[in-house]
Design a binder for this molecule. Structure first.
Ligand SMILES: N[C@@H](CCC(=O)N[C@@H](CS)C(=O)NCC(=O)O)C(=O)O
Length: 228
């Protein structure tokens, strides 16, 4: 059975949605990143990057959320666009755009706005600007198309959904006023039974919620260098 290494945060959420959409049987393996469990040698053997999500499927080990989405889509033949070079080109482009743009800029915007010590104006401005720029590109795309790749719901929409859930935390409470098409996609996917089940995984395990000193040491190891 598939082992799914999970924490209730944006990148693992995409994979939870795909597993639920495909109804593949899986065993949930909680990795409590606020307790530092991502640094355990047994987990690093699965994902050398020490981050969630990761997945073990027999002799296949796959990490990085969008790689996992592709792996599961190829395994099941589901939630892929029509099999033409033009559509595959679109899929790879948007999947990598989410992986290298939406995720990192949104994640760093959250880090600097909510967790970094002052002074941080320069970093907040940079990451807020870039996060907005990336989300505006997604919104413009969704103004033209029902889904990211056209008329069909695919893994690219699941990749967007993972981070769209966090948009108010990333960009601010009024962000939805300016991203109506992203909000429309979020609401549509949220209503899917698979998304409801994926969200329910949040309570499948009692994950640590406090961002206390131990959690900061586990998640922001770079800060130790400031104390040397
Ligand atoms: N590129 C990776 C990023 C994974 C990532 O940043 N995961 C976060 C949760 S969304 C995590 O595990 N953070 C724990 C840490 O940074 O120590 C992916 O898409 O899977």
């Amino acid at each position: 059975m598939i082992k799914f290494y999970f924490h209730p945060s944006p990148n693992p959420a995409k994979v939870a949605l795909m597993l639920e959409e495909t109804a593949l049987p899986y065993e949930l393996v909680p990795v409590d990143t606020r307790k530092g469990e991502q640094h355990a040698p047994a987990f690093i053997a699965v994902n050398p990057n020490a981050k969630t999500p990761a997945l073990v499927d027999g002799d296949a080990t796959v990490f990085d959320s969008n790689a996992i989405l592709l792996y599961l889509a190829e395994k099941t033949g589901r939630f892929l666009p029509p099999d033409t070079p033009a559509m595959r080109a679109q899929m790879y482009s948007w999947l990598m755009f989410v992986a290298s743009g939406i995720g990192p800029y949104s994640g760093q915007a959250v880090h600097f706005k909510h967790f970094a010590p002052a002074p941080k104006d320069y970093a907040v401005n940079r990451y807020d600007f870039e996060a907005w720029r990336h989300w505006n590109i997604v919104d413009a795309r969704l103004a033209e198309h029902r889904y990211m790749l056209g008329d069909e719901y695919t893994i690219v929409d699941m990749a967007v959904w993972g981070w769209a859930r966090a948009v108010p935390f990333v960009l601010g409470a009024d962000a939805w006023d300016k991203l109506p098409h992203v909000k429309r996609l979020l609401d549509e996917i949220n209503a899917r039974p698979a998304a409801v089940r994926a969200e329910a995984l949040r309570t499948a395990h009692q994950f640590k919620t406090e961002m206390d000193g131990d959690a900061r040491r586990a998640m922001f190891p770079q800060n130790a260098r400031l104390q040397e």
